[in-house]
Design a protein around this ligand. Sequence first.
Ligand code: PMV
Length: 313
Amino acid sequence: MNKATATAPGKIILFGEHAVVYGRPAIAVPVARVQASATLQPATTGFRIIAPDLGRDYLLAQAGPDDPLAVTVQITLARLNIPTPPAATLRVSSTIPLGRGLGSGAAISTAIVRALARYLERPLASAEVSALVYEAEKLYHGTPSGIDNTVVAFEQPVFFVKGEPIRRMRVARPFTVVVGDTGVAASTRQVVGQVRQRWQVEPERYEGYFDEIGAIASQARVIIEQGAPDTLALGKLMRENQEMLRVIGVSSPQLERLIEAALQAGAVGAKLSGAGWGGNMIALVPAQSQVIANVAEALSAAGAAGVIVTEVR
Ligand code: PMV
């Protein structure tokens, strides 16, 4: 066997998080500025997993039953009908902050599935990679919609509806998004669980909220695919989406602080991205470099732990 490497990008959800768990559409795009990477090399004995960013170095045979890296390896080997793991060393690294809604889990899993399939000379199509990563995602999320694995495995903007075939989006006019990290790690499983509890108590009210969020995502799709002459209409939808996320209880004081700072500095819209209660917010900025710089600076001044500027294309 020859050494094999694969990478996978981070992602942001532009519109529709949470409602997507309940069958409404959402829009997500890859963020290539941050990446997960996996490399496999032949070894003399055993299957060893080394993940320096996670402070981990262990044998697959000794991994716990819900170790996400080991589970990803096992489900990939099962899919490829390989009963015994090869003698190899898997090295995993990532520049995607963990637990901040940037899809770190999905990206790490995607890189592992692809590297392993390449190493075993059994390359998998993106749809198959996505399906395997979805299985691993269940460990992080409990009830994932499937949006993270889809956008990360296909590495393209997607208009995602749970259970439906992937719909890639054509971005008519590229636009710039500034991503601000609250520095607060939040558990997607917990936030999604909390929303589910509220939905169970007041199903009609929450179905209504999810309908509104879904309608916002559908309107955003039209604007993105047709190419608005400016970013104002998209920014307005972002602000409306954030208002709904506030109403369903997934924003946080830190997120609000960064969102407010971005809007003050010239962003046309801003919202949390991902599960909420922490993690990242995104701000839509007009193409002028000065506004982009102002928003990035304002986010840092308001306490952002990290700022990424990404172009959606
Ligand atoms: O993993 P995150 O933080 O990007 O959250 C995923 C988005 C949710 O809609 C909240 C959950 C899901 O499974 O779609």
